[in-house]
Write a protein that binds this ligand. Structure first.
Ligand SMILES: C[S@@+](CC[C@H](N)C(=O)[O-])C[C@H]1O[C@@H](n2cnc3c(N)ncnc32)[C@H](O)[C@@H]1O
Length: 422
C-alpha cells in the first residue's frame, strides 16, 4: 500500500501560526517539500527532515518527486488552504485524495474577510494568478463584493484600469498586503484614484463594485443588449439569442461548440452562465474570429477558445461537446452529420437559420429525429411619421433536439473523451 502524504497549510505568520497537529506533522516528516520561502519559515531544530524545494515548472515534477520518496514520511508545504487554488489540487489529481492527509490553514480569502467583516459565502473570489485579467469582468456587478487574488505588485493597478474602462471607476478598492504577517497593511482607494505608491507583491484586492452614473449595465442572464458586442451585422440578435440559450440549456461544467461563431455571442453568453462553462467558437472568417476574441475579453470570458477554420473540417480533434449550436455553415456538406455524431446521449443540438435552403435541411432532420421546430419572428416598434409601427426582423427558424440513448448507440463517432479545457 502506498504511503500517505501530509499536506500542511502555512501562512505568512509561519511556524508561530501553525496548529499543534501541523507542527507535529512537520517535525516528524523525513522529507519536507515546499517553495523556498515556505521552507525558510520552518525552524531547523524543530523540523530536521530533508528539505526539497519544488522545481519549476512544478506540475510535471510532482509524480517523479513523490515516487522518489515513496515509503518515507513526506510533508508538503502549501500556502494557506492547500485545496484553495493550491498545490493540494495537483497532489489530489496526481496521487488521489485517499493518499493525502490535508491540514488546512486559513486561506487569504478567510483572512481578508476577517479583516473586512465580510461573509465568506457572500464574497465572490476571482484568481488572477496565471489567469487573464479580463476574467474579472464577469464578476463585476453594481453592489457586489469581490475578492481578487493578485498575481503580483502590478495587479491592483491593472484591476483599477480594467474597472475604469468598464464603467466601474467609483468602486472602492482595498489592497490587503501580507495578510497574517507583521508587515500586514491595508490600502484604501478607489479605481478612479488608486494608491500612488508601490504595492507589496503579496496582496489580495477587495472590491466594492460601484457602477459609474450612466455606464452600461450588463445583467447576468443571456440576452445582453446587441450594443454590448462589437459586430459587423453577423450577430444573433438579443431576443433570438435569449431563446437560443434557453434551448441550449447550459449547465455548470458543460462544453459548447458554437459553429459559425460570427461575433461570438452564443459561446460568450453560454460561458457567462457559470464560470465552469466552456465553449469553442468555430469561425471561418479570420477578422470575425479576431472580433470574437475581443468580445470574449470585453465580456469577461477570455477562456473562450476560438478556432479559425471552416466547419466541418475545423471540428476535427475538438473535445466532445455537451451541446452544439449551428449559427452558420448549415449547408456545408457533412456539417450537420458531424455535429450529430459528436454528441453523446443527452447532448443538445440547436440550429438557427433565416434561409429557405437551410430551413429545408432542418425540416428534414426534424422529421428524422423529432425535437422542436419553431419560428421566431421578432418585430420592433419604430417611428412611422408621427406614429409608431412594427418593423419585422427576418424570421428565424430554429430546430432544437436532444439526442436519445438509441440514437447515440447508432452513431459511431470520431470524437472521443471530454475534459479538454483548450
Ligand atoms: C449569422 S453569423 C452567426 C452569428 C453568431 N451566432 C453571433 O451571434 O455572433 C454566421 C457566421 O457563420 C460563419 N460561417 C459560415 N459557414 C461556416 C462554416 N462552414 N464554418 C465556420 N463558420 C462558418 C460566417 O462567417 C458567419 O460569421
Amino acid at each position: 500500500m502506498s504511503s500517505v502524504i501530509s499536506v500542511v497549510g502555512i501562512g505568512a505568520d509561519g511556524w508561530n501560526g501553525l496548529s499543534a497537529a501541523a507542527r507535529d506533522t512537520l517535525s516528524a516528516a523525513e522529507v519536507l517539500i515546499g517553495g523556498p520561502r515556505q521552507l525558510d519559515l520552518l525552524p531547523p531544530d524543530a523540523c530536521p527532515g530533508e528539505r526539497l524545494a519544488w522545481p519549476s515548472p512544478l506540475r510535471p515534477a510532482v509524480p517523479g518527486l513523490l515516487a522518489a520518496h515513496e515509503g518515507r514520511r513526506v510533508a508538503v508545504l502549501a500556502s494557506g488552504d492547500p485545496l484553495f487554488y493550491g498545490i493540494g489540487r495537483t497532489l489530489a489529481e496526481t496521487v488521489g485524495p485517499d493518499r493525502l492527509h490535508v491540514l488546512p490553514h486559513p486561506s487569504s480569502v478567510s483572512y481578508a474577510c476577517a479583516r473586512l467583516g465580510w461573509a465568506v459565502e457572500e464574497t465572490e473570489t476571482v484568481s488572477l494568478v496565471g489567469r487573464p485579467l479580463a476574467s474579472l469582468v464577469a464578476a463585476v456587478h453594481d453592489g457586489r463584493r469581490v475578492l481578487v487574488l493578485s498575481a503580483g505588485a502590478d495587479t491592483p493597478g491593472a484591476v483599477a484600469e480594467l474597472l475604469r474602462s468598464h464603467g466601474f471607476g467609483p468602486s472602492r478598492l482595498r489592497i490587503l498586503e501580507q495578510l497574517g504577517a507583521d508587515r500586514e497593511r491595508i490600502l484604501d482607494a478607489t479605481a478612479d484614484n488608486p494608491p500612488p505608491g508601490p504595492v507589496d507583491p503579496l496582496n489580495v484586492i477587495a472590491l466594492d463594485c460601484v457602477r459609474a452614473p450612466g455606464a452600461p449595465r450588463l445583467g447576468a442572464a443571456p440576452g445582453l443588449p446587441d450594443e454590448a458586442y462589437e459586430h459587423d451585422g453577423q450577430l444573433t440578435k438579443r431576443h433570438v439569442r435569449a431563446a437560443t440559450l434557453a434551448a441550449l440549456a447550459p449547465a455548470p461544467g458543460e462544453l459548447l461548440w458554437d459553429i459559425g461563431g460570427g461575433s461570438g455571442s452564443i459561446g460568450i453568453e453560454w460561458m457567462r452562465t457559470h464560470r465552469s462553462c466552456r465553449a469553442v467558437a468555430v469561425e471561418r472568417d479570420a477578422a470575425r474570429a479576431a472580433r470574437i476574441v475581443r468580445n470574449a475579453d470585453a465580456l469577461g470570458v477570455p477562456a473562450l477558445r476560438v478556432v479559425t477554420a471552416a466547419a466541418p473540417a475545423g471540428l476535427a480533434g475538438l473535445p466532445r461537446p455537451d451541446a452544439v449550436f449551428i449559427g452558420g455553415g448549415l449547408t456545408a456538406p457533412g456539417l450537420l452529420d458531424a455535429c450529430w455524431e459528436a454528441l453523446a446521449e443527452g447532448g443538445r443540438l440547436v440550429a438557427n437559420t433565416v434561409t429557405l435552403e437551410s430551413e429545408a435541411l432542418l425540416a428534414e432532420r426534424y422529421r428524422r429525429h423529432g425535437g422542436e421546430l419553431i419560428r421566431l419572428a421578432v418585430a420592433h416598434a419604430v417611428p412611422v411619421g408621427g406614429f409608431t409601427g412594427w418593423r419585422q426582423a427576418m424570421p428565424v427558424t430554429q430546430w432544437s433536439v436532444v439526442k436519445t440513448a438509441a440514437e447515440a448507440s447508432a452513431t459511431t463517432t470520431s470524437v472521443t473523451g471530454t475534459g479538454d479545457r483548450g
